[in-house]
Design a binder for this molecule. Structure first.
Ligand code: FAD
Length: 352
């Protein structure tokens, strides 16, 4: 449900072609793409600049996403500083089983902490490309999404007054707990999945125990604690609102896909907005939701498949334990299965 415009203090509302709600990886990337094309936009963020630049989260970035960032002039530091992983390792049956995906496919995973990427994107958007941004906004609301002149409003952190900003399009990039997805509650179909498990992630300042990502699958379990659930909001577009990243879909960190999907969405949305605003071409925006959902569902299915592989053995259900072990063994006995796994793990499928 969207609200009617809030009245602001006497001045006429500001206006931008695009308002981006949320300065996470998705929102900042949309902003950078727009600014590179000379499109004005405003990014509104509830956190401070320091807090978004210091929030540790993801770290594994797919090669196609790195290339997408590079093509848009956003990968300078990443290309210099990120580690390139060539293999992961499964441990099961009391043994180590290295999985050399680089050897198999020529592809890599890039390891670059999300907070570094966000720091690079904030600098690029605000300091280099001159994009407008307000940090620390409160009580964000979106209005009139079904009309030609939507708007957003927020409480200004300094004055406490409600500010209204008019726009042509709203990019909803405010993550899993934002307001843009909530604004279409009741109109969107939200498909949910709960894994029924938890992971406890311990952050330790210590040298890594191995030079690659490890998956230890043991009858006693798999350590972890975080919200292990997924959702997909369909469609990802409502009137003049386009959702991107975690605002549209949450994918549990099982397969390290959330940041990657957020950036894929942002490339598609940023490019489509530029086409619409500069050339009047509607095709990108019209197809945005459908084309993005194909990859979103593919990644959700992969996460579910991988979760069963990690956890099936520790469920106490001998049938699930048997099939999980069969999956693990097949990865190392069938080249076709190994190739299919590598393609999905690295996100290198030609199309979805
Ligand atoms: P967010 O990063 O959540 O950004 C949304 C922004 O909007 C935030 O800055 C927030 O403060 C702001 N905001 C919220 N509400 C409002 C509002 N009302 N108004 C204005 N602004 C608002 N993904 C991977 O691909 N690989 C990994 O290895 C990986 N590991 C992860 C590990 C952990 C512990 C977690 C929690 C996640 C992990 N993910 C991983 C997922 C990944 O971090 C997210 O998918 C990614 O941050 C999504 O980016 P986003 O821009 O859509 O949303």
């Amino acid at each position: 449900m969207t609200e009617t415009p809030a009245s602001s203090n006497s001045r006429p509302p500001q206006r931008f072609p695009v308002v981006v709600v949320g300065a996470g990886p998705a929102g900042l990337t949309v902003g950078c793409v727009l600014r590179a094309a000379g499109v004005d936009c405003l990014v509104l963020e509830t956190g401070t600049r320091e807090s978004v630049e210091q929030r540790p989260r993801a770290g594994v970035i797919e090669e196609p996403v790195v290339r997408g960032l590079e093509r848009r002039g956003l990968a300078g530091n990443l290309l210099e500083r990120a580690r390139r992983d060539t293999a992961c390792e499964f441990r099961f049956d009391g043994e180590r089983h290295p999985f050399g995906y680089h050897e198999l496919t020529g592809g890599h995973h890039w390891v670059y902490p999300q907070q570094f990427l966000v720091t690079d994107l904030v600098r690029e958007y605000a300091d280099v490309r001159g994009g407008a941004v307000r940090f620390g906004v409160r009580d964000m609301r979106v209005h009139d999404l079904d009309g030609d002149r939507p708007s957003v409003s927020y409480l200004c952190p300094e004055s406490g007054h409600r500010k209204v900003v008019g726009c042509d399009f709203v990019a909803g990039c405010d993550g899993a707990r934002g307001v843009t997805r909530a604004a279409v509650a009741g109109r969107a179909r939200v498909a949910r999945h709960d894994y029924g498990i938890g992971w406890l992630a311990l952050l330790a300042q210590a040298p890594p125990s191995a030079d690659r990502v490890l998956f230890g699958c043991h009858p006693d379990g798999f350590a972890g604690q975080m919200d292990m659930h997924d959702y997909v909001t369909e469609p990802m577009a409502f009137g003049r609102l386009y959702l991107a990243g975690d605002a549209a879909h949450l994918v549990a960190p099982i397969a390290a896909k959330g940041l990657n999907l957020a950036l894929h969405d942002a490339f598609a949305l940023g490019d489509a907005l530029v086409e619409r605003l500069l050339r009047g071409d509607e095709a990108g925006l019209a197809g945005y939701s459908e084309s993005r959902l194909r990859q979103v569902w593919d990644y959700q299915e992969f996460s579910q498949w991988l979760s069963e592989l990690y956890h099936g053995g520790a469920t106490g259900d001998p049938f699930r334990a048997g099939t999980a072990l069969a999956r693990l063994r097949r990865l190392f006995s069938s080249p076709a299965t190994a190739a299919a796994f590598a393609e999905r793990y690295l996100g290198t499928a030609a199309r979805y």
